[in-house]
Design a protein around this ligand. Structure first.
Ligand SMILES: NC(=O)C1=CN([C@@H]2O[C@H](COP(=O)(O)OP(=O)(O)OC[C@H]3O[C@@H](n4cnc5c(N)ncnc54)[C@H](OP(=O)(O)O)[C@@H]3O)[C@@H](O)[C@H]2O)C=CC1
Ligand SMILES: O=C(O)CCC(=O)C(=O)O
Length: 485
């Protein structure tokens, strides 16, 4: 029998109840009657305390050497690795993705921590020849100070870690506000940082309402940088608030990612990648495939193969081994996705499969939506334009590569895009003409590698990149140094 526990805020190296004395239940989206844990409903006083602790710890942390900071991250990685099964199971219970996906994500968290631990030993600047031959000119990097980390629920381990690990290694202290939907999983990650022995105040977590705590972080004069992943509506507000007070900000937001299936594509490969990219994590990835743009000549063959597989997808609790696709993460997400499906039908799309609530007794208590495929979708329709964040694929038929790219680019987003083709000139045209930060050839639109830059163009991102060595650009400022004896 699963016993829900109460999780506290983490401030100044201590576990603390919110000053409101109020907690919120975090629910299992596969069974809305099951409480996963209780998390704090923090107030602005709690945030103030956390920012104060991060500010007080700033100078001591910054003065440690990079390798010394790296040691703490290696220890945190070991902690997460030791508790991998427990953390992954909690993630599945709290957010709904299947256990293998949750384990993969937690393992990714371990690898990200180790990658950035190693960054503590790598170069942070370059020597530049001065016009004065007696001088030494070089660049160095300085941390921003206190960094605010605001994260969503869809990757409750990987996203917080890929923001906090580079923030820490480059010498910043952190105030972290996870999404309420997955704050229990976030608390387990904080336990790992605590066990790694980071100095008090270097990392802090405050859970609570995004409109209150998240917004106050964006507005806070003692937070020098804000990194955010989530919706465009909130991201814009966070960016505007940070800009208004001269703080640095980094926003990773939505996607409306296309896969183009060219007439010479390996159809089996393209079908598997469309399903994996579009429906894994129940379509709740910013990199998820949403529009499937298929050449007329192979359209029917592709459609038949796709439907054959999608119709056999097994829904259920992510904790069960037979399950391929879990529930949506929350009631809000469930209602949003069902309303997009209704809208797709109303605007003239044809439902090829799915479109409804998950059927069956074991699905009744959860936020299950059937894997859904539409056809007869034109680019102006709402479901071809807006991020659905659910298990919905829209098939679109085209007569040429040029038309496919035009449709692919005809959205406000530009995160990830993929093409299936064997032809090198088709690949090159796609590479050059597609508006996307992540361009993938013969590979699904989702999936990122932690050592490579990640981010989008247009309204998918604020322009900066996360992960890999690109992270240093956000988490530090360049200092250009000129020395003359
Ligand atoms: N790019 C991506 O990876 C993601 C995209 N999305 C998109 O956003 C849609 C809605 O999801 P939702 O969870 O509501 O996303 P939000 O953008 O509301 O949430 C993301 C994070 O921001 C916090 N937040 C909410 N309001 C504010 C605010 N005013 N200032 C600062 N922080 C705030 C949230 O807190 P809390 O929720 O705890 O109150 C959460 O921690 C999805 O359907 C999807 O389209 C969502 C998640 C991830
Ligand atoms: O595709 C991935 O693995 C990462 C996706 C992501 O960053 C997101 O959905 O927020």
């Amino acid at each position: 029998m699963f016993e829900p526990q109460t999780f506290l805020n983490y401030i100044g190296g201590e576990w603390k109840a919110a000053s409101s004395n109020m907690v919120e239940a975090s629910m299992n989206p596969a069974n809305r009657h099951e409480t996963v844990g209780y998390i704090q409903q923090s107030t602005l006083d709690d945030l103030e305390e956390a920012v104060g602790a991060a500010k007080a710890a700033k100078m001591g942390w910054r003065k440690l050497s990079g390798p010394a900071r790296g040691e703490f991250l290696f220890k945190a990685a070991n902690q997460v690795e030791q508790r991998l099964d427990e953390i992954a199971e909690m993630m599945t219970r709290e957010m709904g993705k299947t256990l293998p996906e949750a384990k993969g994500e937690t393992a990714r968290g371990v690898a990200i921590l180790r990658y950035y631990a190693g960054e503590g030993m790598r170069s942070i600047g370059e020597v530049i020849p001065s016009t004065d031959s007696a001088a030494l000119m070089f660049t160095s990097r300085a941390p921003l100070g206190v960094v605010g980390v605001i994260t969503p629920w869809n990757f409750p381990v990987a996203i917080p870690i890929w923001k906090m690990a580079p923030a820490l290694i480059y010498g910043n202290t952190v105030v972290f506000k996870p999404a309420q939907e997955t704050a229990v999983t976030a608390a387990l990650i904080m336990e790992c940082f605590h066990a790694a022995g980071l100095p008090a105040g270097v990392i802090n977590m405050v859970t609570g309402d995004g409109g209150l705590i998240g917004q106050a972080m964006a507005d806070h004069p003692d937070i020098q940088g804000i990194t955010f992943t989530g919706s465009n509506a909130v991201g814009k507000k966070v960016g505007q608030s940070a800009l208004a007070r001269g703080a640095k900000y980094q926003l990773e937001m939505g996607g409306k990612n296309p896969v183009i299936v060219a007439r010479d594509a390996d159809l089996d490969l393209a079908v598997d990648a469309t399903i994996s990219g579009g429906l894994k994590s129940t379509g709740q990835k910013c990199t998820a495939t949403s529009r499937v743009i298929v050449h007329t000549e192979i359209y029917e063959a592709f459609k038949t193969k796709l439907l054959d597989k999608v119709q056999n997808i097994r829904l259920g609790s992510g904790l069960e081994t037979a399950t391929w696709m879990g529930p949506l993460a929350s009631e809000k997400q469930y209602r949003t996705v069902l309303s997009y499906i209704t809208n797709g039908v109303e605007e003239g799309g044809t439902l090829l499969c799915g479109g409804g609530k998950g059927q069956g007794q074991d699905l009744e208590a959860g936020y299950f939506v059937e894997p859904t495929v539409f056809e007869n979708i034109s680019s102006s329709m709402t479901i071809a334009q807006e991020e659905i964040f659910g298990p919905v694929l829209a098939l679109m038929k085209v007569d040429s590569l040029e038309e496919a790219i035009e449709i692919a680019n005809d959205v406000k987003f530009g995160l990830s895009a993929s093409i299936f083709t064997r032809d090198i000139s088709t690949m090159l045209t796609f590479l050059q003409d597609i508006d996307a930060g992540m361009v993938r050839i013969n590979a699904e639109s989702a999936g990122v590698e932690l050592q490579a830059p990640f981010g989008g163009v247009k309204q998918s991102s604020s322009g900066s990149r996360e992960q890999g060595q690109a992270a240093i650009d956000f988490y530090t400022d360049i200092k250009t140094v000129f020395v003359k004896a």
